[in-house]
Design a protein. Structure first.
Ligand SMILES: Cc1ncc(COP(=O)(O)O)c(C=O)c1O
Length: 491
């Protein structure tokens, strides 16, 4: 494993080492029982003192991630979340292969969520609410008439018919764009990755909301960017703080999820949207506007996207259809203009020579003819689930627990009293078959967060209600217990 140490950082070297190792352990990439390199070996590898490595190992031990025994070394302890094991093959040699993975949290979160009975972990919609049968039927019709779909390479930028349909879709949402300014990608994740690999290099400053979407953090840090996270309030990213920081750390790129932000659910106000655009224009930096949720509003329509006001090509807008239509198709579109778009298409060509034509053609009839009606039904269904989630929290959550009530999207961002040990809550919840996203993975520095994210869209209403109730009662148990523990010395 490559441990990237930043010697000028204010974060101490031992904590940087501990953080990288902790990520590997928590994600399951360093399995239970793995022996960590000896203090002497790691210190010479990283050109740091043995004391620094010893302190890093002590830090991991205090987090219960490793156990160290005098004379025997340090071993990865039992994971909080059980991870998949591969038979009896001895693959231990693989641990000596150096890799350049920055964090493995996204992989861990997706992996884990598949097992839970009460799956509140992943921001996805329950399969029953998605038009999968219709899309399969469309695919069957398509493959019986058009075998070219499989016998040819498609255009790097995507199927021209699909891009026309996407352009109409975005025009209806106030984004003045033509098909030539659209690129079809394998989900929004690939869109973010293409922008990063095209425009972000080591040391470039990337601003993001704090907290933000885990997968985007991993993409930008893997490019060696200097990721700076900007606090949020109920109006979204604090543009006043951002503006001040830009003076000393000019931005290369600002990544934002302005509408029903993941994980908080907050929507950036119109005034702040305009401020962001002004900032991008004065620094000639890019804004990446990631917008998977704007059609999922449960009260009023959200403000128009930042892209809708962009007349100077500063905004790269990413619209995922994988979330709301068919995640398995892996289809999103990226809207950009001028040479920014040309360079993104060039990046797409070296990445995968274009997205699969079969899935693009398969989605075409649905997106062209039935998408708007689908959104109407989806909004009704998800509005109901959000109501169930909020009512259940109101009724059963201990009074010290608070949350932001979103008006759209898929998530509720819950603040727990700082006394709650979230890894411990995770272990307890896992035993009950409940999964949630610990807030800490939504911060670039793995900052400690007293939040958790609950997605209310994957479970049906009954499951949502009973799972949340159980989770609230676990929280109650922890808080009751912590009161007893706290009171002990007084007694
Ligand atoms: C804000 C945000 N952007 C991008 C993605 C990735 O989406 P896709 O499935 O389209 O790659 C997600 C998935 O959770 C997300 O929440």
């Amino acid at each position: 494993m490559h441990i990237d140490l930043s010697r000028n950082s204010s974060v101490k070297l031992y904590l940087q080492i501990a953080k990288t190792l902790a990520d590997r352990i928590q994600s399951g990439l360093l399995p239970q029982g793995t022996k960590l390199p000896s203090v002497r070996h790691l210190s010479s590898l990283l050109a740091v003192s043995p004391v620094t490595v010893s302190k890093a190992y002590a830090e991991l031990e205090s987090m219960n991630l490793v156990t160290c025994t005098q004379g025997k070394g340090c071993y990865v302890a039992e994971p909080s979340i059980p991870v998949h094991r591969e038979g009896k093959q001895d693959l231990s040699w693989q641990m000596s292969l150096i890799d350049y993975l920055p964090r493995a949290q996204l992989w861990r979160n997706f992996n884990h969520s598949r097992r839970a009975a009460y799956s509140f972990h992943i921001a996805a919609i329950q399969p029953e609410l998605l038009p999968t049968r219709e899309i399969i039927a469309d695919t069957q019709r398509l493959s019986s008439v058009n075998s070219d779909v499989l016998a040819a390479y498609g255009a790097f930028e995507g199927d021209s018919e699909l891009r026309e349909v996407f352009a109409d879709h975005l025009n209806e949402r106030g984004i003045p764009i033509v098909a030539e300014q659209l690129l079809v990608t394998s989900g929004a994740q690939q869109g973010i990755d293409l922008v990063a690999r095209t425009f972000v290099g080591p040391g470039d400053v990337v601003y993001m909301e704090a907290p933000t979407y885990t997968g985007a953090i991993d993409v930008f840090t893997s490019r060696g960017a200097k990721v700076i996270m900007i606090p949020m309030d109920e109006e979204g990213m604090r543009t006043d703080i951002l503006t001040r920081l830009c003076d000393t750390h000019p931005p290369k790129l600002i990544y934002t999820i302005p509408t029903f932000h993941n994980p908080t659910g907050i929507t950036l106000t119109m005034t702040r949207r305009t401020q962001l655009l002004d900032l991008a224009q004065s620094y000639h930096c890019l804004i990446v506007e990631d917008d998977p949720f704007s059609d999922l509003y449960y009260k009023t329509k959200p403000p128009l996207s930042i892209k809708a006001h962009d007349q100077s090509g500063h905004v790269v807008y990413i619209k995922s259809f994988s979330k709301t239509v068919a995640p398995g198709c892996r289809i999103a579109c990226v809207a950009a203009t001028g040479s920014v778009m040309d360079r993104l298409v060039a990046a797409k060509s070296t990445t995968d020579l274009g997205s699969p034509l079969l899935t693009q053609k398969a989605l075409l009839p649905f997106i062209r003819n039935r998408l708007d009606q689908h959104f109407v039904t989806l909004r009704e269904q998800l509005r109901d689930r959000l109501t169930v989630a909020l009512n259940t929290l109101h009724r059963y959550a201990p009074p010290e627990v608070t949350w932001y009530a979103p008006e759209g999207g898929l998530n509720v961002w819950i603040k727990l009293p700082s006394i709650v040990d979230i890894p411990e809550l995770e272990r307890m919840a896992d035993r009950e078959g409940i999964s949630f996203l610990p807030g800490t993975v939504c911060y670039a520095g793995g900052m400690d967060s007293s939040h958790i994210r609950i997605s209310f869209s994957y479970a049906d209403k009954e499951t949502l209600k009973s799972g949340l109730r159980k989770l609230c009662s676990l929280l109650g148990e922890i808080l009751d217990h912590s009161i007893i523990v706290e009171r002990k010395p007084i007694l």
